[in-house]
Write a protein that binds this ligand. Structure first.
Ligand SMILES: [Zn+2]
Length: 462
């Protein structure tokens, strides 16, 4: 198997930031060859699917859903009990109304029935890729994907990279990843190789290595890319053609700054461990739902069409997630005309992070993150604020902590910008008595998780 970590070009320091191979789900040449064969066979039809009409896509999804749901009812104890309780029988799924009437499930439903949900009679769990996800409940959930599901995920990413490039990707072109874990595939028998470093790697070392490896695609946390833009010159000399950001929330102004620094377009993505790739941004800036990976609907939409996401993974047959509510608030665009990028998949006009990114107001209740996002975009983010990083953390209804890492080591920042943020925040929360505590720190506290969230609500749920 091709050892991608050997491509250090004499920069042995970079090896300290490589990941050792997955232990629990080791990569094999057989699996690499299998995915490559699937990609070569399906590449064109994967792209073609994005050109189908809304009706054609919905019909394909429905076929897949009715089979998946019948199968889950027959073989999966959790879904059998759940659907039996509403009188479901195999073959009952005839219209979308039937699908929409099926019960939805949340992470806590899964956690309280874990023995049933995690069990499968026919397969060894050791043969599955497993990942852990935590959420506002603080409860970890283990997501298992068998190798067929895992292959599908790899194919969707290969398509996404070509959508970003706007062209066919040559098999020799590298992807460079800054991530928390090694990739599931480091290459496909040497094709489409991936070099991965941890986000602990100093940006100037990453720059030197990227300059030698010459990848075309960069995939990283927005916070890491922002650090690179702030501390390394000449990023546009790297020849990166497309960048994707993931895992953390970021704002458009930040992604624009990254695009300018690298001289390459930035494409954000929206994904979760449970559902994998949910939506990817196109060159027009739209977030297209990955309709052949996941069926997305909005539960209890308000008058503007906003509501909680309820979604079904169309690919995970081993551990099905059917009508799963993962807690994000979304809005599906009602625009009927196709996007100028040529992709006909539906678009999300907004998605508002997880429930734990929703601040709480003593007078107004839940505050969706978009207004707070607009506020910090215009107050904390502008360059003259001299703020390198910030996080907004609410531990109790009456108090919000604003953590700041300043750009200069003398811990000075633009106080009027911060004042404007505090005034605006009290206004949005309708709470003049709100206590906003500014905490200047050298680095973000480790307790704020390894992934950055700009807004975190830590009020214990009752
Ligand atoms: Zn588009």
């Amino acid at each position: 198997m091709m050892d991608v970590n050997a491509f250090d070009f004499g920069l042995s320091d970079i090896r300290a930031f490589n990941y050792p191979p997955h232990k629990s789900f080791p990569e094999s040449v057989v699996a690499q060859r299998r995915v490559l064969a699937k990609w070569n066979r399906l590449r064109e039809s994967l792209h073609y699917r994005t050109q189908l009409s809304l009706e054609q896509t919905a019909a394909l999804q429905f076929d897949r859903l009715s089979l998946l749901i019948d199968m889950a009812f027959i073989t999966h104890p959790f879904y059998h009990e759940l659907y039996k309780s509403v009188g479901f029988r195999p073959g009952d799924l005839v219209t979308w109304d039937d699908y929409n009437a099926l019960p939805s499930i949340s992470k806590s439903d899964i956690a309280s029935s874990w023995d049933m949900f995690g069990s499968s009679r026919s397969m060894n769990r050791a043969d599955c890729y497993s990942s852990r996800t935590s959420g506002s409940s603080g409860r970890a959930l283990i997501v298992l994907q068998d190798s067929g599901t895992n292959d599908c995920g790899a194919l969707f990413y290969l398509r996404h990279y070509e959508q970003m490039l706007g062209r066919k990707r040559a098999a020799s072109e590298w992807l460079y990843e800054v991530y928390l874990a090694p990739p599931r595939f480091t290459s496909f028998e040497g094709s489409f190789p991936v070099f991965t470093i941890s986000n602990q790697c100093p940006p100037d070392l990453a720059f030197k290595h990227i300059a030698r490896l010459k990848p075309k695609i960069l995939s990283a946390f927005p916070s890491y890319l922002s650090r690179m833009v702030a501390s390394v010159d000449n990023l546009s000399s790297l020849g990166i053609e497309a960048i994707c950001t993931n895992s953390e929330s970021s704002i458009k102004a930040e992604r624009d700054r990254i695009a300018e620094g690298f001289g390459a377009p930035v494409f954000d993505e929206y994904s979760s461990e449970e559902l994998y790739l949910i939506a990817t941004q196109c060159r027009e800036g739209s977030y297209h739902i990955v309709e052949d990976n996941v069926r997305v609907d909005v539960l209890n939409a308000d008058s503007e069409g906003r509501g909680e996401i309820v979604a079904t993974s169309l690919t995970n047959t081993f551990m099905p997630f059917i009508r799963y509510r993962q807690g994000d608030v979304i809005q599906i665009s009602g625009k009927a005309h196709p996007c100028a990028c040529g992709n006909h998949f539906r678009r999300l006009s907004s998605f508002h992070g997880r429930a734990d990114q929703v601040l709480f107001s003593r007078t107004r209740g839940a505050i969706l993150p978009d207004r707070v996002m607009t506020l910090y975009t215009h107050t904390l983010f502008p360059k003259d604020g001299r703020i390198a990083e910030f996080q907004i953390v609410q531990n109790e209804p009456s108090t919000i902590d604003l953590f700041l890492v300043t750009e200069s080591i003398d811990r000075t920042y633009n106080e009027s910008r911060v004042e404007a943020f505090i005034t605006g925040l009290k206004d949005i929360l309708g709470d003049e008595q709100l206590d906003v505590r500014v905490q200047v720190v050298d680095a973000m506290p480790a307790s704020l998780s390894h992934k950055r969230r700009l807004v975190t609500n830590r009020i214990p749920s009752s």
